[in-house]
Design a protein. Structure first.
Ligand SMILES: Cc1ncc(C[n+]2csc(CCOP(=O)(O)OP(=O)(O)O)c2C)c(N)n1
Ligand SMILES: CC(=O)[C@@H](O)[C@H](O)COP(=O)(O)O
Ligand SMILES: [Mg+2]
Length: 630
């Protein structure tokens, strides 16, 4: 039996001898590399958190003490130590989630994978402990340097610092990167602190040797210690944290388990809010990850563990790649176009634009709210910003889009990648709310391209709008083949037409291919279906009113929640147009979706040709809007 196999709970890690810990760390790394190479997931962040997490569970008493993981993508080691070894099922439906999960363990708290939240949770939990007379319990938020660039983290630090007697031990896992190197003033400050690591090693050497010197040792050490305090304040500008009222311990070598344990025990003894600043390396212990300049195997996809060679994803160009290439072309034609990313330059496809136009590309850190209002500023200054974020993360910046961009009718284009069901990364990563929450933004236009060809066309249309914000949204993965239109009426593309005038099927964005296939299946039952793509789903083209009036039933299918989505907007359009045709809406149900593959989830919720055909046919027979067919 390996050491790791003997670990079922944190107590099992506590009882290990220090000289057993390197073996445990090695076994953990081997398992992580193997599991992620075949399942996908986050490797770099977890390889960098091995010693930190072991030390956390040796010093604190989870779940009595609450260990919180910010973003949660780096909690694999925590899962192993708390007895979850089934990593062969990682991110699979019914298997281990890639993030903390309360259903899996009472050691887990935060299930939301949106960054920069852990410190706010910690502030609240610590207040609750105090109110309930459990002030002796510790709250230990584990937050990365990237997540620390999020505004919420600083709002929380401000409040945590005020709770002088609340036991909050903030562990900063500083590997200098989000995906790419972390940006901004804070990042350079942390870098300053990191750079003085050599200073710490020098001091540790002094600590270990000087006191042993005969006679003068003790006195010399005290003198040096006094000098150290002075030098430290000059060399280690951690004053920023201490000026906030937070004690600061560090910087510590985050791969030196004993040093981390020592620092955490020191922090525990403070009895109040304290930051323990640990320096780690993303991908530590696996050369292909350590040497991956782009993202240190942040989320490498599938790869050969022996060589680190990443396996091609297949399926043709992704939506992201098509967007990326078109933006570079637009950048050449439009010197006013600038690009903004929230610490996801490569994942959102802005890297190519940055390569050609570095001076017109801004990485603002994990700060979507700032990204959008900074874009408003750029637009006020005469530029046309393109803000590229994952759809789910736009939730963060709703007020900025509403009140800083739309209120001023500013020409900002927001490109939402990973819109719709994403699947593997669990409930908080699905981009399933954008077409509902954005319905209420006056003057904002939404494009939902149905394929790569339409993406390039509609992106051009979007950056051509200069009297208000535009949004272009598309899903994760390969764009697949283009879905041809047989005609365009107004702004609406007709994809397939039936003379029987039974059903008008409005297909939103990437659901077009599915809708055309469903129409064929329904047609086999003698029910005529006309499939249309509205292209711009806000505002809807009034041509839809006339098209609806020619049919007995309108069905709308979208990769967004049904509630408040495009389907509801179509129903409202027809009501306002006084066309009394029944409308049935098909989309994502109003619930959080457990992790699984995108295709599995789409099947589960009926967003497949078979599912749609079944449900639309049932809708017709139930509503008996037609003479029952033979
Ligand atoms: C609000 C938000 N924006 C973007 C992301 C995408 N994202 C996931 S992990 C990550 C980088 C996190 O960096 P850091 O906190 O330093 O952790 P590390 O991966 O370096 O351990 C980003 C940007 C997110 N999860 N949440
Ligand atoms: C944790 C996080 O928010 C991202 O790393 C997420 O895993 C993105 O995954 P994809 O880029 O594979 O959609
Ligand atoms: Mg980091």
């Amino acid at each position: 039996m390996t050491l790791l196999e003997s670990i079922e709970r944190p107590e099992d890690v506590k009882r290990l001898e220090p000289d057993q810990l390197p073996q445990l760390a090695g076994e953990i790394r081997d398992l992580l590399i193997s599991a992620v190479s075949t399942n996908g997931g986050h490797l770099g962040p977890n390889l960098g958190a091995v010693e930190l997490t072991i030390a956390l569970h040796r010093v604190f008493d989870s779940p009595r003490d609450r260990i919180l993981f910010d973003t949660g993508h780096q909690a694999y080691v925590h899962k192993l130590i708390t007895g979850r070894h089934g990593f062969e099922t990682l991110r699979q439906r019914g298997g281990l989630s890639g993030y903390p999960s309360q259903a899996e363990s009472d050691h887990d708290v935060i299930e939301n994978s949106h960054a920069s939240t852990a410190l706010s949770y910690a502030d609240g939990i610590a207040k609750a402990f105090q109110l309930r007379g459990e002030g002796d319990r510790f709250v230990v938020p584990f937050i990365g340097d990237g997540a620390l660039t999020g505004g919420m983290a600083w709002e929380a630090l401000n409040n945590i610092a005020a709770g002088k007697d609340r036991r909050v031990v903030i562990v900063v896992n500083d590997n200098g990167r989000s995906y790419s190197p972390t940006i901004g003033g804070l990042a350079s400050h942390l870098a300053d602190l990191r750079m003085t690591r050599g200073y710490e090693h020098a001091l540790d050497l002094i600590k270990r040797t000087v006191p042993k010197a005969p006679v003068v040792g003790g006195m010399a050490y005290d003198a040096l210690h006094g000098i150290k305090k002075g030098i430290k304040d000059i060399l280690q500008p951690q004053a920023m944290f201490e000026d906030l009222g937070l004690k600061y311990v560090g910087p510590i070598d985050g791969h030196d388990e004993a040093a981390v344990e020592h620092a955490l025990r020191k922090a525990k003894a403070f009895g109040g809010p304290v930051i323990v600043h640990c320096i780690t390396r993303k991908g530590y212990g696996y050369a292909p990850a350590e040497n991956d300049e782009e993202e240190c195997f942040h989320s490498p996809g599938l790869f050969d563990p022996a060589t680190g060679r990443k396996l091609a994803k297949g399926g043709g160009p992704s939506w992201t790649k098509i967007f990326s290439d078109e933006l570079v072309r637009l950048g050449a034609e439009r010197p006013d176009i600038v690009a903004i990313t929230a610490a996801m330059l490569h994942p959102t496809g802005l890297a190519s634009f940055a390569e050609v136009y570095p001076e017109r590309t801004y990485d603002v850190g994990i700060a979507e709210q700032h990204a959008v209002t900074s874009a408003a500023g750029l637009a006020f200054g005469g530029m046309h910003p393109v803000v590229a974020v994952y759809a789910t993360f736009l939730n963060r910046a709703f007020d900025q889009l509403l009140m800083d961009v739309a209120l001023h009718r500013l020409p900002v284009t927001v490109v939402l990648d990973r819109a719709g069901v994403t699947g593997d990364d669990g409930p908080s990563h699905n981009g399933m709310w954008d077409m509902s929450i954005l319905q209420v933004v006056p003057g904002l236009r939404i494009a939902a391209p149905r394929d790569g060809g339409q993406l390039t066309e509609q992106l051009r249309e979007a950056v051509g709008v200069n009297d208000g914000p535009t949004v272009v949204r598309f899903p994760k993965g390969p764009a697949g083949d283009d879905v041809p239109a047989i005609e365009r009426t107004g702004g609406v593309d007709v994809l397939s037409r039936s003379e029987d005038g039974d059903v008008l099927l409005v297909a939103v964005g990437s659901m077009a291919g599915t809708a055309v296939e469903a129409a064929k299946l329904i047609g086999a039952h003698g029910i005529g279906v006309t499939v249309v793509d509205p292209r711009w789903v806000k505002p809807l083209d009034e041509k839809l009113i006339g098209l609806a009036a020619e049919h007995r039933l309108v069905a709308v299918v979208e990769d967004n929640i049904r509630v408040g989505g495009v389907g509801d907007a179509v129903a409202r359009l027809l009501r306002d147009g006084e066309v009394d045709v029944p409308v049935r809406t098909f989309g994502i149900p109003q619930r959080f979706l457990d992790h699984a593959k995108r295709a599995q989830i789409l099947t589960d919720i009926g967003l497949t040709p078979q599912g749609l055909a079944r449900d639309i046919t049932a809708a017709i027979s139930r509503d008996s809007v037609l003479e029952p067919t033979e």
